[in-house]
Ligand binder design. Structure first.
Ligand code: HEC
Ligand code: HEC
Length: 287
């Protein structure tokens, strides 16, 4: 009995070994196949659009749709106050907003005009890193940058009722823009990117355009009449975003003259912006 048993043992081992080797072979086959499948997919990749809501990598598909009806819940009082402060900044907060502008002088129609520095979706961008300050700032700090430069004033206390109201208003107009998304209209200068590079500015030509087209509302010395001041002591200071030629040229191209927006060429808008920016205004505040 010892002989056959001794003979059967190796053969069972051989079978197990064969199964093991076959299995291993199959496994190796799978292991080798996997990366191949990943490298060269035979199935077409799923269509990249429309972007699913909340997907941070594809964000340009969100449509521009600020809310139209004020909520009636407990937040409504703060939102309404914020809207009033946004549209009447200087008259309601003269000790903080020292120039004659309101937030909506530039963020036209309460920040809901797609071509005029829209703030729809801006609230969801913060906290964020800014290259301007080289640090991460929150929404109230960003609002205060506009108070200090565009408003040529002083920062609104971060824990004040008024700051909370402006934040509530900006959050409300961002309704429907998912967190962690950057809509296409955000952060591109004046709400609509310059599609071509900025032309060479001619401030002399700009002066002619200004007196013909802009002075009727902004005053022949830029002091403001029915439109807000464009230079002088009651205008934004040299640290403001609007003080950058590309920003003002795009803003003017898209929004001015208010009576006939879009009537100027980009060259004319650039010329008139260069003339306006060559005039005196309050200096950039020391930080
Ligand atoms: C003189 C024009 C002007 C006025 C007035 C103004 N802003 Fe701005 N604001 C800008 C410009 C231009 C930018 C774009 C960024 C930049 O280059 O500074 C901007 C950017 C912002 C941003 C950041 C938007 C983003 O997507 O990152 C917020 C928030 C903001 N403004 C709020 C306000 C509030 C609140 C007020 C009123 C207290 C105000 N602004 C008044 C011109 C203005
Ligand atoms: C019919 C009146 C009118 C005319 C003409 C007009 N604007 Fe304006 N402008 C306004 C008003 C009003 C605002 C404030 C935003 C709003 O409510 O539309 C404004 C805002 C502005 C602003 C941003 C706020 C500020 O004070 O810096 C700039 C810059 C500007 N206009 C430049 C111009 C230039 C340049 C021209 C000529 C090409 C021009 N505007 C012609 C009425 C006018």
């Amino acid at each position: 009995m010892a002989g056959p048993q001794r003979q059967r043992q190796p053969s069972i081992t051989a079978i197990i070994a064969t199964i093991f080797v076959l299995g291993l072979g199959l496994n190796i086959g799978l292991i080798i196949q996997l990366p191949k499948n990943q490298a060269a997919p035979t199935q077409p990749a799923p269509s990249p659009s429309p972007a699913p809501a909340g997907n941070a990598s594809t964000t340009t598909q969100i449509s521009f749709k600020p809310p139209s009806t004020m909520p009636s819940g407990h937040k409504a009082d703060a939102i309404k106050l914020g809207q009033q402060l946004f549209n009447n900044t200087h008259s309601m907060l003269p000790q903080y907003n020292l120039d004659q502008l309101t937030c909506s002088s530039c963020h036209i129609n309460g920040g809901t005009d797609e071509k005029a520095l829209p703030l729809v979706g801006a609230a969801t961008q913060f906290p964020d890193y800014t290259s301007r300050d080289k640090r991460v700032i929150n929404l109230s700090q960003r609002i205060n940058e506009c108070f200090m430069n565009s408003g040529n004033g002083k920062p609104l206390p971060a824990n004040s009722k008024d700051m909370a109201a402006i934040e509530a208003y900006l959050s409300w107009i961002s309704t429907g823009v998912p967190e962690d998304t950057k809509p296409s209209w955000i952060g591109n200068g004046s709400g609509s990117k310059l599609t071509s590079s900025l032309p060479k500015p001619d401030p002399k030509q700009g002066q002619v355009i200004f007196q013909q087209t802009c002075a009727v509302c902004h005053g022949s010395t830029g002091q403001g009449v029915s439109g807000p001041p464009l230079w002088g002591p009651n205008s934004f200071n040299a640290g403001a975003g609007m003080h950058k030629l590309a920003n003002m040229a795009a803003f003017v191209k898209n929004n001015m003259p208010a009576s006939n927006p879009g009537s100027l060429t980009l060259q004319q808008a650039t010329d008139v912006a260069s003339y306006v920016l060559a005039q005196p205004r309050p200096p950039k505040p020391k930080s």
